[in-house]
Write a protein that binds this ligand. Sequence first.
Ligand SMILES: [Zn+2]
Ligand SMILES: [Zn+2]
Length: 96
Amino acid sequence: MGPPFKYSTEEERIRARKTNQNKYTMKNWECQICNCIIRLGNKTNHLNSLKHRNKVFGADAEPWSCSDCDIEIQLHNKSNLVKSAGHIRNATNDDN
Ligand SMILES: [Zn+2]
Ligand SMILES: [Zn+2]
């Protein structure tokens, strides 16, 4: 480990940081779920995309939202959820 590199001016330091940021966003990122390579700068967009969300929920799985628990789950998990203590508590509170 050598001594840390010192930038001579503030401007130079800022420019170096911007270059690093560009390098970061231009880096490739692999989505293990979709099995695709995207730019790291697009990661947030990708995670919010319908394509990616469909993969998370499963290709055939339909999302189902429980208004009592205020969550979105896979439709095929619905029967488990409605039997769960947490849901029953939420549902009972709403009924009263
Ligand atoms: Zn993805
Ligand atoms: Zn629920």
